[in-house]
Design a protein around this ligand. Structure first.
Ligand SMILES: Cc1cc2nc3c(=O)[nH]c(=O)nc-3n(C[C@H](O)[C@H](O)[C@H](O)COP(=O)(O)OP(=O)(O)OC[C@H]3O[C@@H](n4cnc5c(N)ncnc54)[C@H](O)[C@@H]3O)c2cc1C
Length: 456
């Protein structure tokens, strides 16, 4: 059955009134995320409650209308970008939060911005560990839908590790509330990129802010030495709170953009160790420094106070904003590889970048084996095929070393072309079976994650 937009939109208008945006200028604002853009949606629902989402999805289901959930649109894989005529369901007005400090829980709606939750928690001495670097823009619904990570996730785990209960609406408009006992259905929705359900609420676990934090920065003469240092830290059984990488190109981009006085080096690793016992934390950061040196670090500096540590972390957070100085657009990779493979993987990716002649910047959550090689390009230069070829070659390096296409940004549209190579056919069949069970009409975020069916 073809989508019935006329009947569907009339029904949505009658039920949702001014929450439904239909003017072209308004719709245009909902066609992109932080990486890609697509056609403007046919309409946008600014949902204010789970009931609004239910009403919308019931109409979509009756009239066969595709629906794309959207949070802060900070996604880096095209997840919230419509692939054809669609209703976008925006959650940015669903921002209720209640905090239970004694129980270390927060009950949130999906449109709450990650950073806003952190600010509400700080006076209670608490925090929410999943900390994507986009925390000022990304919503908790988007974080759940992507199973987002961040620097702190090395030690503390990713978004899904902090979910206790999930509320979501399936494509037929039914509302579900579940904890994770028994068969973990919420776990299935986490990381499903809006393809299985629209998340309308969650209960999240919180942690106590550590009282002791030490920061170390190491500079390396070769990129692969930084990879070796990460492998050495893992080998020694150390568990820093954060362990992040910037390569020469990212250091240079940040320096050019923000003039922070960063030294030049082939690579930089930034590490935090945290805990409650000052002596233990001192011991751990000293061992990290030893691991850095044994991998060939040219220089290791310990931050002497929190302000200095903050300046170093500010540099790391500035990588993405600085990239626009190199070229106007980027193709963002998000590979994750076993940490023992990092030195070799880094070397191979750098060599691919050099051979391509395209600017390639590498940074990421090295402690997790999660690298973000960013291919910088200018659409006016007409090198899109080369960009795609380099992205594909990098994906192949990850696969060859036992890694995966995405550590945290999701597959979305950007990595979808590589899925058939990266994931065995039987696994793809299982994904499709799950999709059919929850969304038999393929209405939720169609055209994402799963590659086109191959003819038998
Ligand atoms: C500068 C920068 C730094 C970043 N750093 C990190 C990082 O450190 N770690 C990391 O993991 N990511 C990072 N990202 C990527 C991005 O911020 C995350 O993927 C984030 O979780 C997306 O949240 P959002 O609200 O912006 O989601 P959107 O971009 O709006 O949507 C992302 C996906 O989630 C789906 N979705 C959104 N809301 C819902 C919902 N309520 N129910 C169901 N599906 C939904 C969408 O359909 C889409 O598929 C970064 C992005 C930028 C621009």
């Amino acid at each position: 059955m073809e989508p019935d937009w006329e009947g569907g939109l009339a029904e949505l208008r009658a039920a949702l009134g001014r929450k439904l945006l239909e003017r072209p200028a308004e719709r245009l604002l909902y066609r992109y995320d932080a990486l890609l853009s697509g056609p403007a949606p046919r309409a946008v629902l600014q949902a204010e409650s789970a009931a609004d989402v239910q009403v919308a999805l019931r109409s979509c289901s009756r009239h066969r209308l595709p629906a794309v959930a959207r949070g802060g649109a900070s996604g880096l894989s095209g997840g919230a970008v419509p692939t054809g005529p669609a209703l976008v369901i925006s959650t940015t007005r669903m921002t209720r939060v209640s905090i239970d400090p004694a129980g270390r829980l927060a009950r949130v709606e999906p449109g709450v911005i990650n950073q806003q939750l952190q600010e509400l928690l700080r006076p209670h001495g608490l925090y929410y560990p999943p900390d994507p670097q986009s925390s000022r823009q990304a919503t908790l619904g988007g974080n759940l839908a992507e199973n987002a990570g961040g620097p702190q996730c090395f030690k503390k785990g990713v978004t899904g590790d902090y979910l206790l209960e999930l509320e979501f609406v399936t494509a037929d408009g039914q509302l579900w509330q579940m904890d994770r006992s028994g068969t973990d259905l919420p776990g299935l929705i986490v990381g499903s990129e809006g393809t299985l359900a629209v998340i309308t609420g969650a209960t999240l676990r919180l942690s106590q802010l550590p009282s002791q934090v030490r920061t170390a920065r190491a500079l390396f003469g070769k990129l692969e030495e930084a990879g070796r240092a990460v492998a050495e830290i893992i080998r020694r059984g150390l568990l820093p709170a954060k362990l992040e990488l910037m390569d020469q190109a990212s250091i240079a981009a940040v320096e050019q953009a923000f003039h922070l006085g960063l030294p030049s080096a082939a690579a930089l690793l930034l590490c935090d160790c945290d805990g409650e016992d000052p002596e233990e934390v001192d011991r751990e950061i000293a061992e990290v420094a030893l691991a850095f040196r044994s991998a060939g670090a040219l220089q290791v500096d310990l931050a002497s106070n929190p302000a200095e540590a903050e300046r170093q972390w500010y540099a790391r957070r500035s990588v993405s904003p600085a990239l626009g100085r190199i070229k106007p657009r980027r193709m963002n990779e998000d590979i994750v590889v076993p940490r023992s493979e990092l030195p070799q993987v880094m070397q191979e990716i750098r060599a691919l970048g050099d051979a391509s002649g395209l600017p390639l910047v590498i940074f990421g959550h090295a402690g997790d084996g999660n690298l973000h090689p960013n291919i910088m390009y200018d659409p006016a230069e007409g090198r899109w095929a080369e960009v795609q070829a380099l992205a594909h070659a990098i994906a192949k390096v990850a696969i060859a070393h036992g890694g995966a296409l995405s550590g945290e940004h999701g597959i979305g549209l950007a990595k979808r072309p590589f899925m058939a190579e990266a994931v065995p056919q039987e696994t793809l069949r299982a994904y499709r079976a799950v999709k059919r069970a929850l969304d038999p009409l393929n209405l939720l975020n169609p055209g994402k994650i799963l590659p086109e069916e191959r003819p038998l």
